[in-house]
Design a protein around this ligand. Sequence first.
Ligand SMILES: NC(=O)c1ccc[n+]([C@@H]2O[C@H](COP(=O)([O-])OP(=O)(O)OC[C@H]3O[C@@H](n4cnc5c(N)ncnc54)[C@H](OP(=O)(O)O)[C@@H]3O)[C@@H](O)[C@H]2O)c1
Length: 245
Amino acid sequence: MRRLLPDPGPTSIDDELAGYKPFEEPQEDRPFVAVNMVTTLDGRASLNGRTVELGKKHDIELLLKLRTRFDAVMIGAGTMRAERYGRIISDPEGRAHRETAGLAPDPLAVIISGRLDLPFDAKLFTDGGGRVLIFTNDENPAPETNTPVELVRVEGPIRITEVLRHLRQERDVRALLCEGGPHVLGQLTAAGALDELFLTISATLTGERDAPRILEGPLAEPEHLDLVNLAEAEGELFARYRRRR
Ligand SMILES: NC(=O)c1ccc[n+]([C@@H]2O[C@H](COP(=O)([O-])OP(=O)(O)OC[C@H]3O[C@@H](n4cnc5c(N)ncnc54)[C@H](OP(=O)(O)O)[C@@H]3O)[C@@H](O)[C@H]2O)c1
């Protein structure tokens, strides 16, 4: 892997994340929010309905190592249905790394699902490790799962600003990593709550007409970000953008 910006030279995912402590930057009414996503060159967020064919080994390493830095990891129901998550940190070494950094061994897994139409047979729910918090409109109880699941019932629209406020003030989440999908990124950006975007640019053109873009949903105005870091490995670009202040 080589860093292109700043200070060009050889690097690694560990070097890129050295000293990265997003939990030191919470706001009073919301956590620090970083989003990690992958895009194709033609701006698509999936191939054949999933992301698995888009990111190569450095992208996966980045995904897993970012998870060791945040109090909570959030996804939308569409992502859970497509990707069928397992335990967020399945590797005991990753959990040990978190504890050394003063974090809980497992990040809180957060899902937003209006309809509660989720794959409860996925390993995130069957593994038994970690904790899951679901924001939903549905009035039914969640099925019995090995992993503890708590529902936050919301009457009316689930507003992302209220989700973030709840996470910060009721769950002590200082730093939140969002792994998508496109509709959740749209809501975070529209709410002015996107602090940082880790974007892997896969050297792939798909032309898949039905695939979403990495951000779906209207924005009142374009969001301009600053590129703060750029690295390359095996033809993939690893860009990190921060919100322009
Ligand atoms: N390229 C990437 O990095 C990346 C990352 C993640 C996902 N993806 C891809 O994106 C696709 C899924 O896209 P998506 O936009 O459907 O994903 P999404 O944003 O994860 O999920 C959208 C769904 O989440 C629920 N939801 C989100 N916000 C809500 C709110 N405020 N109120 C109520 N419900 C809310 C709704 O589900 P209910 O129907 O349950 O109410 C909604 O249909 C998949 O193909 C996945 O592979 C790509």
